[in-house]
Design a binder for this molecule. Sequence first.
Ligand SMILES: O=C[C@H](O)[C@H](O)[C@H](O)COP(=O)(O)O
Length: 229
Amino acid sequence: MEKTNQNQQDAEKQAAALAAVKYVKEGDVVGLGTGSTTAFAIKALGKRVQEGLNITAAASSVATEKLAKSLGIEILDLGTLSKIDISIDGADEFTESLDLIKGGGGALFREKIIASLSKNAIVITDASKKVKKLGAFTVPVEVIPLAYQYVFDQINLLGGQGKLRIKENKTFITDNGNVIIDADFGLIDNPAKLSSDLNQINGVLAHGLFINITSKVVMSEGTEIIVFE
Ligand SMILES: O=C[C@H](O)[C@H](O)[C@H](O)COP(=O)(O)O
């Protein structure tokens, strides 16, 4: 990506993050996503905490937990929570019907738990993430390692072309100790059906299709903030 485009995209990510952080209220339990867009939100939230806002938070990744703690945000154990007031997370793609693909950073499982627990699941993006149909971005599928080949073959039977995620010349391992298959299904006509088909494969911990979980998408485009809900 050219530098000016990158700067523009970062400015949009930050603007969406700042707009979303305004929804957080005193006393809230806040779910924190993962990724470059969410990092802007965590920093803005950290600033509000330093100015006196009382909140607690749940983190969707080790990286997010580390960043949040460094800014003075108190982190709760996700496994003990039965509800989250508000969550803020990014996405790799979204449609106006609030269906998403997530997991580009590999945090999809904990992100899905956080979004599912959230009364108000807010997604923040720059304008490049908005699509008419999901699927140009491959669907990340988190797989328990011993089920790798089985799941790979099942994805193939569903019409997908899987690829083991490699990062820095090594197999990418998630915070949960699993691997990721990035599955190319082409443009997806029925994301809800694909989501349910993937859920039924033994060995799949989670996949990156987020259907009917999101409350609103706060998107920044140029100088404008557009909210889809
Ligand atoms: O696993 C990572 C997450 O789902 C991210 O929210 C997603 O990949 C978007 O990341 P970014 O904000 O860096 O584009």
